[in-house]
Write a protein that binds this ligand. Structure first.
Ligand SMILES: Cc1cc2nc3c(=O)[nH]c(=O)nc-3n(C[C@H](O)[C@H](O)[C@H](O)COP(=O)(O)OP(=O)(O)OC[C@H]3O[C@@H](n4cnc5c(N)ncnc54)[C@H](O)[C@@H]3O)c2cc1C
Ligand SMILES: Cc1cc2nc3c(=O)[nH]c(=O)nc-3n(C[C@H](O)[C@H](O)[C@H](O)COP(=O)(O)O)c2cc1C
Length: 780
């Protein structure tokens, strides 16, 4: 068998080693343009988990790698004159040149032919090979030459960064954030061998331009960094090594293989260096491709496809975390007003991999400090005097006040249509549904989107607020919630716009009714599904007056029912959202065109409702912070929208996304909309509610304590578990959550079971940590 590897970085060399070790008779060759001792960058980091994978794949190289490591456990964060320490992070650093040297020696020992200092002659020159492994790095020529097959996208991120070095000893991984006359700068520094460190300095493109530094002016860069971070570097010298100010390219490919050619490592996918995973990904790709090859030794052409299907999800997961992390560093300004304790927690939890509970396992002292700081801050905001010996609750159980509405905790039952009403009338289903969720402990619950007129409904099953009977039915629900629970209840009002007159969720959602359709209106006559959906009538000013009056009438009815809060639905492509998004609003009058124009009618409706809604009761708006469509709404637009809403008396933005148009392409993941809640809260200066794939108490604690949102709404989890908050309290061992007295015997049992589960988990964790320490000791 002939295996040609293009690129002798960690991915290419490691794959060549594994392949040659398993197939000694195969001709395995590597072509590498650099000489063996050329190096770029200084040190790299690998986690404990990656080391375990390397050990299993090739023990000899692992032993050499492990023997060359610098280990550290602590992270130090310098921010606004404070240095904070966080422990338990378990990283290892190695000089890149040392790692490559170990791999080069191991490859030679096994008989891999590595041709150094040779430029690859192009994909055509590998015709005779059974397998061609393109491990030629982030600027892969192979990827570009077969672009039609791999369909790569390369997204250049705006920030500037530079790799540097320093001869010094650091106590642990070091972050530092500093502001000067040019802007904000962050330093990431770590030791990869005693007395030698890698420094990465990052800043915004604006600050970089303002600094006047040249992209390739290494001397000026070193001098600038030495001055800016003099304290952190102990006045030491900064070393350069092709230290140019780069922008990070996020590389993605629709596929990683074409016939017998396969992309590996950075050539296939890049992961921002701030989570230190580039080398890990590259070497783990090599392990996966080797595994697939071993399963198809007699037909190596099958290996690339199998490697890709096995590996893609994990690589994308890491890339997603890396992207989430890079967004933090691109937006440090967003967090700059924060107290050091909160800033540090926001930094640690930036990629969503480290959460409140996860951090507690690493560093219980730090999380206890976050709890205490948070409780003090909430007490200050709520005007509460804390006793000296206060026991801080988990952040999710802290109160929150909007105007006269006091919430007991930060958990919210998100609005969810039940599609079970007749002519807008909520019935016993709704009483039981909302009633049981009110008993479940959430501080606030929302009604489903309740429509302001019969022809404003999405489906025939939607609830309404347009008849006197509706007031009575909703009042019964609100009174139950108030009498039997401590939850507050908000009314969500909406108008379906072009998504109206459609089928129920469990029929064909968003498709027109099979019979009995009613005429629909929208800002522009654009059907939701072209050729299938009804074409809405473009609204005239008279239509706008009618709809506005319907909203006001419904708000007044909501007052009569006794709702605690009112939310207007301006998201998900419904009528008011339809005005805001440029995708659905093509008007040429004063209600279309600029964002200011597109917001005109929605703001008018808001102001009219605010005028009849009691002053001591809050109002919120749900928005789609992005359309997930090129040319549609973006996070920046949503900040402008939030500012405009705040100016007319909106108290909270409920931050959802998308559903504007079938063309939306959302990027799903854990808490995937949170970044928009974070952006709006910290850039527009308004309270936000995060929603979307928030499923655990741990996530709620992380969200609120890191200052990314004030409230966390959960929809689907509350369908599966109306008692989500009570269960979360039991898990945390927190008692002051308001269990209904009728259920207290159940509560007792829930706390006992939760405590037992916690002890079991701690025992298991202790066993695995003991194992980890053992191998670490042996490796050292
Ligand atoms: C300049 C640079 C510095 C870095 N520094 C660090 C660091 O300090 N810490 C860290 O954690 N991560 C660092 N990284 C990121 C990390 O090293 C990568 O994620 C990881 O090396 C990916 O491994 P790879 O084998 O896929 O690609 P690479 O390591 O980039 O290896 C690709 C190899 O292919 C060779 N090559 C490319 N094209 C050709 C061709 N046409 N002919 C012959 N050879 C070719 C290149 O010379 C290179 O050696 C750095 C990356 C780069 C590019
Ligand atoms: C069955 C169902 C009905 C929904 N109805 C509404 C609604 O009436 N109004 C609204 O704003 N969002 C509605 N949503 C969206 C949710 O409020 C929430 O934003 C979304 O489900 C993401 O949250 P999750 O991941 O916790 O489910 C609905 C979601 C579901 C699952």
């Amino acid at each position: 068998m002939r295996i040609d590897v293009i690129g002798g970085g960690p991915a290419g060399l490691y794959f060549a080693i594994l392949a040659k070790k398993s197939l000694p008779n195969a001709a395995v060759s590597v072509v590498e343009r650099n000489r063996p001792d050329d190096t770029f960058g200084f040190g790299i980091v690998l986690s404990d988990e990656t080391l375990a994978n390397l050990k299993a794949a090739d023990e000899p190289s692992y032993r050499d790698i492990a023997a060359s490591f610098a280990y550290w456990d602590d992270i130090y964060t310098w921010y606004r004159g404070e240095v904070m320490k966080s422990s338990g992070h378990g990283f290892s650093g190695i000089r890149r040149l040392t790692l490559l040297g170990i791999l080069q020696r191991r490859a030679a020992e096994l008989g891999v032919e590595v041709r150094y200092g040779v430029e690859d002659a192009g994909i055509e020159s590998h015709r005779g090979a059974d397998l061609v492994v393109a491990a030629d790095g982030i600027n892969s020529r192979v990827r570009e030459s077969l672009a039609q097959s791999f369909r790569p996208t390369v997204e250049m991120r705006p920030n500037r960064f530079v790799w540097l070095g320093a001869k010094m000893t650091l106590p642990g991984f070091t972050y530092s954030f500093r502001e000067n006359e040019h802007g904000l700068w962050n330093l990431h520094a770590y030791m990869y061998t005693e007395g030698e460190c890698t420094l990465v300095v990052e800043t915004t493109n604006e600050a970089f331009l303002a600094s006047g530094l040249g992209v390739e002016d290494e001397r000026a860069t070193a001098a600038y960094v030495e001055k800016l971070f003099a304290e952190e570097l102990g006045g030491g010298k900064v070393l350069t090594n092709r230290s140019f100010w780069r922008q990070f390219p996020v590389v993605r490919c629709a596929t990683w293989h074409h016939e017998n050619v396969v992309l590996l490592g950075d050539a296939a996918h890049s992961a921002h260096w701030s989570i230190g995973s580039g080398t890990k990904l590259a070497m783990e790709d090599a392990i996966a491709l080797h595994g697939a090859l071993m399963r198809h030794v007699h037909n190596p052409r099958r290996a690339p496809g199998e490697y890709e299907s096995e590996r893609r999800q994990e690589a994308e997961r890491i890339q997603h975390s890396a992207n989430t992390s890079l967004v933090f560093f691109e937006n440090v300004r967003r967090f700059w007003h924060m107290d050091p304790v909160q800033f540090n927690f926001a930094l640690m939890s930036r990629s969503k991999q480290i959460t409140y509970e996860n951090l507690r396992m690493r560093d219980a002292k730090l999380v206890a400090e976050v709890d205490r700081w948070w409780t003090r801050r909430v007490a200050e905001a709520e005007g509460v005097r804390l006793p000296k010996d206060f026991a801080p609750p988990p952040p999710m159980f802290s109160p929150f006040t909007l105007r006269g509405m006091k919430l007991r905790n930060r958990v919210v039952v998100s609005p969810m249509c039940q599609y079970s009403a007749t002519d807008g009338m909520p019935d016993d289903w709704h009483l039981v549904h909302y009633g049981s969720r009110a008993l479940g402990g959430a501080g606030l619950m929302f009604t489903e989107m309740t429509c302001v007129a019969a022809d404003a409904r999405i489906t025939p099953g939607c609830t309404g607020m347009y008849k006197a009977e509706h007031v009575l039915a909703w009042k019964r629900i609100v009174e139950f919630v108030h009498a039997r629970s401590e939850a507050k209840i908000a009314l969500q009002l909406g108008h379906a716009g072009r998504k109206g007159s459609t089928q129920l969720l469990w029929e064909e959602m968003d498709m027109p009714l099979k019979s009995g359709n009613w005429p629909i209106v929208a800002p522009s006559p654009l059907p939701y599904h072209p050729g299938v959906s009804q074409v809405p009538r473009e609204m005239s000013r008279a239509d706008m007056d009618r709809v506005k009056a319907e909203f006001v009438r419904a708000a007044e009815m909501g007052v009569e029912c006794g709702f605690d809060m009112l939310e207007l639905h301006m998201a998900h492509g419904y009528l008011l959202a339809g005005f805001i998004s440029p995708v659905t609003n093509r008007r040429t009058d004063e209600y279309g065109g600029s964002l200011e124009n597109r917001l005109r009618f929605p703001l008018e409706v808001f102001a009219a409702c605010r005028a009849v809604w009691p002053n001591d009761k809050p109002m919120s708006v749900r928005i789609s912070a992005t359309d997930w469509i090129p040319g549609g709404l973006t996070g920046e637009d949503s900040v402008a929208i939030a500012k405009a809403l705040k100016a007319v008396g909106c108290d909270l933005v409920d931050v959802s996304t998308g559903q504007t148009d079938p063309a939306s392409k959302p990027v799903y993941g854990r808490m995937y909309q949170l970044v928009f809640a974070e952006q709006i809260r910290n850039e527009a200066g308004i309270a936000t509610m995060a929603v979307g794939a928030i499923t655990t108490a741990d996530q709620v604690n992380t969200i609120v304590a890191s200052g990314r949102a004030d409230l966390a709404a959960l929809a689907r989890p509350h369908l599966a578990d109306p008692y989500f908050t009570l269960h979360a309290a039991a898990e945390c061992g927190y008692h002051d959550v308001g269990w209904p007295k009728q259920y207290l015997s159940g509560a007792q049992q829930a706390y006992t079971l939760a405590q037992r589960a916690k002890e079991d988990a701690a025992r298991k964790a202790a066993q695995s940590t003991a194992g980890g320490l053992e191998w670490k000791k042996r490796a050292a």
